[in-house]
Each structure stands twice: as C-alpha cells, then as structure tokens.
Design a protein around this ligand. Sequence first.
Ligand code: HEM
Length: 414
Amino acid sequence: MPCPALPDGFDFTDPDILRDRVPFPEFARLRQSEPVRWIAQRPGIAGFDDAGYWAVTRHADVKYVSTHPELFSSALNTAIIRFNESIGRDRIDAQKMIMLNMDPPEHTRVRQIVQRGFTPRAVRSLEGALRDRARRITESALASAAADGSFDFVTQVAVELPLQAIAELIGVEQEDRAKIFDWSNKMAAYDDPEYAITEEAGAEAAMEIVSYAMNLAAARKECPAEDIVSRLVAAEDEGNLSSDEFGFFVILLAVAGNETTRNAITHGMHAFLTHPGQWELYRRERPATTAEEIVRWATPVVSFQRTATEDTSIGDARIRQGDRVGIFYSSANHDPEIFDRPDAFDITRDPNPHLGFGGGGPHFCLGKSLAVLEIDLIFHALADAMPGLRLTGDPRRLRSAWLNGVKELQVSVG
Ligand code: HEM
C-alpha cells in the first residue's frame, strides 16, 4: 500500500505542530503526490475560521497564486492578523485598514505612497545608525556572556535590531521606544500560552500603537520634519496617507518587520552553529548571498492565505469561489524542482529564487531591503565580536499558527 500523503486530521496551521517543527516531510509528500490539497481545519485555532483551506505546496503554484490577485483576493477573509472588533475604535474594521488585507486598486494607491519610505536611498540612510546598534547589541551580549557564561541569543541579540530599525524608520523618539517595543511584543505573542497574553491584550496593544502613530502623524502634519513620516502624511489628499491610514501602516510594520526579522536572525544563528563549515566560510569571506539563504532556510512566515474570487483551478485542483487558499512559503523554499540540494544550508547559493519574502505579487515584502540590511549588519558584528559562539541548548520554539518562531536559543562564547 502506498503511504498516505498525510495522516488523518493533519492541519498545517495547527500551532501545536509549528511549536514542535516545520512539517517538512508532509510538505515533501504533498509536493510529490497532491501539490494542491484540501485540508479540513482543526477547529478552534485562534485567529482562523474553522473552515478548511487548499494547501498549495509547490514553488510554481505559490508564485501563481501570489501573482493573480484578481483570482486570489487578499481582502476576503484572509486574516492572519485579527483584531477583536469590540476593542476597535468606532466600529472601524481594523483588518481592512491594513494593506496586507487589501486588493488592487485600493492596495495599489496605498502601496505607491508607502513605498516612498522604502526607497534604496531611504534604507541606506538608516545604515550608519543600525550598524552602531548592531555593534552595541553584540557588545552587551558579550558582557552578559562574561558575567553568566552563556546567554539567550533571542532576547539579547535578535529582538533588538528589528525593533530599532522600525523605530529609526518612522522616527520614534528614544524615550518612547521601550513602550512601542513592549506593545509590539504583546501583539505578536498571544498564540503562545507561555507569554500569558490574551487575544484581547494583543488587540489592545495594537490599538495603543495605532493611536501612538496617529499622534505622531498629526504632529508631523503640524510641524513637518526631514523624515519619512512627514513625507507620507504631509498633506491629506490622494497622494498621501490619512492619519488613520498611517496608524494602521505602523501596526503592520510592527508585526511584519519585527517578528519576521527576529526569527530570520535567530534561525540564521542556529543554522551557522549547526553547520560550522558555513560559519567558518562566513567569517572568512562574508558572501553577499548570505542573508537571502538565511531567509530561505528560516522562512519565518510559513504561509499566508488568499480567497478565490471565482471558480478557478490551480493545476488539477478545482477551486470554488470563496474557497480559502493557503500558500506555503516554507514548502516552496524546499522544492527540489527549483533548488539544488534544497535541504542544504549553503550561504553561497546563487541564484536563490526563494519565496521567503512572498511570491512576487503586489504584496511582495515592502521591507525586504531593510531586512537584508539588518541581517547583514548583525552577522557582520557577530562574526567580528564573537567568532567562537557555541550552542548550549536546543532552541525553544514558539507556538504559532503561521510563524516559524524561536523564543529561546542558549549560546556561549567559545
Ligand atoms: C509583506 C516576509 C521583513 C514590511 C511580507 C510578506 C512576506 C514577508 C512573506 C507577504 C508577501 C505576499 O503576500 O506576497 C518578510 C520576512 C522578513 C520581512 C521573511 C524578514 C526576514 C520586513 C520588514 C518590514 C516589512 C523589516 C518593514 C519594516 C512588510 C510590509 C508588507 C510585507 C509592509 C505588506 C506589503 C503589502 O501588502 O503590499 N513580508 N518580511 N517586512 N512586509 Fe515583510
């Protein structure tokens, strides 16, 4: 008898699976035998409906769905980030205010405005400040290591730079940063019982960020400065964001740019420590291809979802209007049709057409250059300051329905 592609009741969005591991063997079986497969969803998972979804596992199909927003909508029932409406202000449907949950042409308008803040020049302008931060982060981790022998790489190293990068980007004052960092962490953590944060507390933290950002926007409108916020909100018309829109954009940054980059950095470190030859190569040559391979390897965002706008098909699968479609970046990034030795961590991999930043459609990651810069800066600083890092325990994984997360990674300095 052939092996069944999946055990009965297997659900890729079950957070208890992602707490233990990324389901690579199951993805591999589906890519081979049923690359677009209907999955009945395990009931009661926070942030998701109980309906089922199509699991799309091949690289080519993930790209196809991502690049056809007219067939596969982001605006219909695609919540990854969900808010409890009772907490939302004045019945605003918070979810719809976030560009990740918009379709063209509305999405196109917002995207054209916000990408002014992410031009290569805008990202380069952050480099000096972020390089200094990366150095300071490694110095303080070294001090912890000297005092305690080992330290937690996640809290001591990986958490700080992504938060600082967003704060630099939108010009958050130093004295407000701790507050913003605390809200961002709360917002992302409610899936994991260890953090004891309820969905309501997460939503409240989100609303705190929105109102902080709206106040920032109002202040810059009143008194413009030479910064990105001023450029995005200067005058409220078709060519700029309203204060509300800016508030919800910042919240997206706090989720999309924070946990993702943190986990890329942590998984990158873990990959180096379990592949010492690659760490040695990195220390010697610092290949420019490193950050992209780290993102492929880590694939911090396991999947996003779309909803079919009409009856259609993906390969042999017949999709009905209204069906939900899960696009599994983690699976696409290990597709042997595209990647030579997909399960090898190879920092010289080139070309590397991974889908860790999305499948190339209109929602392709806006912060990709910033993320790559952050990953480059932190590993440069680590290779300079702590060439002899060693692993002193297994990573402790995050319970999440969509994030390949690590919450603790104990290391010591040689
Ligand atoms: C969208 C991954 C870092 C801002 C996305 C998407 C993915 C992704 C998979 C969805 C793409 C799609 O649906 O086609 C990542 C990863 C990161 C990272 C793996 C780090 C390694 C960042 C950073 C920022 C950022 C640093 C900004 C500070 C955004 C925004 C969107 C987005 C605003 C929504 C774009 C839209 O809807 O048009 N990201 N991201 N991301 N990302 Fe990132």
